[in-house]
Design a protein. Structure first.
Length: 158
């Protein structure tokens, strides 16, 4: 019997900042900045993080939006200062999770390109949960977190 094919969901967002690529990467190099710049009302929250960003560090996330509560850990799998980094699933609900931050030099600053690619476990319940809860929560996370990070860079001078 063939293994059920999992649906890949991909979410992308980009934003520009006046800051130089090294400044943008320095922001991410202190993960407490990410947590501080992320709006607290989001369904997805960063529950724990290391003091600094490096290859192999682990972050813990939680999605809580009635009736769903999911936790998962990600590990930094690619670390390329000042070009960006990627974290992938280490443990938890998602069979696949890849969250990439590309820091690209642009005219008068930097473009931050964020992409998230994930799969939910097979089954009708998980498919419905993704369609009605998870996908929207993840899109909100990527959109609002990207905007908040660029805003913090441009206004707070982090």
């Amino acid at each position: 019997m063939a293994k059920p094919r999992l649906e890949v969901t991909r979410i992308e967002e980009s934003a520009r900042t006046r800051r130089a690529p090294r400044d943008v990467f320095a922001f991410f190099d202190r993960p407490s900045n990410i947590k501080r710049a992320t709006p607290g009302a989001l369904a997805v929250s960063l529950e724990s993080h290391p003091d600094d960003l490096r290859l192999g560090t682990i972050f813990a996330y939680r999605l809580k939006r009635w009736p769903v509560e999911i936790t998962w850990d990600v590990v930094v799998s690619e670390y390329s200062p000042p070009e960006g980094f990627t974290n992938v699933k280490a443990r938890g609900f998602f069979p696949k999770w890849a969250h990439k931050h590309a820091i690209v030099p642009a005219e008068h600053g930097t473009e931050l390109r964020v992409s998230l690619e994930y799969e939910v476990p097979s089954g009708i319940y998980n498919s419905l949960t993704n369609n009605f809860v998870i996908r929207d929560a993840m899109a909100e996370l990527i959109r609002e977190q990207t905007r908040a990070i660029v805003n913090a860079l441009d206004t707070e001078g982090i």
